[in-house]
Design a protein around this ligand. Structure first.
Ligand code: MN
Length: 231
């Protein structure tokens, strides 16, 4: 057997403190998982978590100490930032109970769920899939993964994003509507999780537009800072 052409390269994320890299399998994202962000999107109340996916090759890897370059995407005039805690799965499974979920976690990273908000809103209005608004090329910037063993309690961490040095988003991971373990329980009920999966856990309030030339700096206590320039 041979392939008709070379298979696509495996997307992989650096792991802090080691030369080994984390090979990406799937990218899951949770929608509206912070109450104040749900409100700014026009929703209230606790609803079951819902998910969408991005292609693995939409991940834009930003090595430690570097500034990633994200090309301004096509078809949009309203590119939004969403700073998010990313959970990296190291042990797969289906129907994982929240009580067992932490043992499936490889580590954590800072990520951005970049969104073509105008296209997403059009799709919402028409009841169509969000793919064009969410799952486009380079739409999932991520910094290095910190192994779970080196981070005691990510849910006690501050999460923040600045654009050109000005605060846009600032909250606490503890404000998640569905916490990390509950999110894994729900996600693994719908899909069988596998080593290499990334889960973008949702963004706090303060989302907004960026334009070419903007410098985004986002962080989560204990996970470092993700720097991204819109090119
Ligand atoms: Mn998001």
């Amino acid at each position: 057997m041979h392939y008709a052409f070379s298979p696509a390269p495996v997307t992989s994320v650096p792991i802090a403190g080691t030369e080994a890299r984390f090979p990406v399998h799937r990218v899951y994202c949770v929608g509206r998982n912070y109450e104040e962000h749900a409100k700014e999107m026009g929703f209230t109340g606790r609803e079951p978590p819902f998910f969408f996916l991005k292609p693995a090759d939409a991940v834009l890897v930003v090595p430690a100490g570097e500034t990633g370059q994200m090309p301004y995407p096509s078809l949009t005039g309203n590119l939004h930032h969403e700073i998010e805690l990313v959970v990296a799965i190291g042990k797969g499974g289906r129907n994982i109970r929240a009580a067992d979920a932490l043992s499936h976690i490889f580590g954590y990273a800072v990520g951005l769920d970049m969104t073509r908000r105008d296209l997403q809103n059009d799709m919402k209005k028409q009841g169509r899939p969000w793919c064009i608004g969410k799952a486009f090329d380079h739409s999932a910037p991520i910094g290095p993964i910190t192994p779970a063993a080196e981070l005691s309690a990510p849910e006690a961490s501050a999460i923040w994003l600045q654009v050109n040095g000005t605060d846009r988003q600032r909250s606490q991971v503890s404000q998640l509507i569905w916490n990390i373990a509950e999110t894994i329980e729900h996600c693994s009920a719908a899909w069988e999780l596998a080593p290499g999966d990334l889960i973008y856990t949702g963004t706090p309030e303060g989302v907004g537009a960026v334009v070419r030339g903007d410098l985004l700096e986002g962080g989560i206590d204990g996970l470092g800072t993700l720097r991204l320039q819109i090119a």
